[in-house]
Design a binder for this molecule. Structure first.
Ligand code: SF4
Length: 63
């Protein structure tokens, strides 16, 4: 299955992914972007988030 992954070392916390795809990305208590655990991920919305991430730090990973 494909899951989205955020490279936190490049994330600038612009919160764009939270706006584009709030069902998948969230800001945790430590103020890092986290990927919510889901049984399947909405590909279209996540591809939008990937496209708009200014740091290019979201990608798909095969697990
Ligand atoms: S859009 Fe990219 S840079 Fe912005 S908060 Fe999300 S992962 Fe971080």
């Amino acid at each position: 299955m494909k899951v989205p992954v955020v490279d936190l070392s490049h994330c600038s916390l612009c919160e764009g992914c939270l706006e584009v795809c709030p069902s998948v990305f969230r800001l945790n208590d430590a103020r890092y972007i986290e990927v919510v655990e889901l049984t399947s991920y909405p590909e279209i919305e996540i591809n939008e988030a990937i496209k708009y991430c200014p740091e290019d730090c979201i990608c798909w990973e095969e697990v």
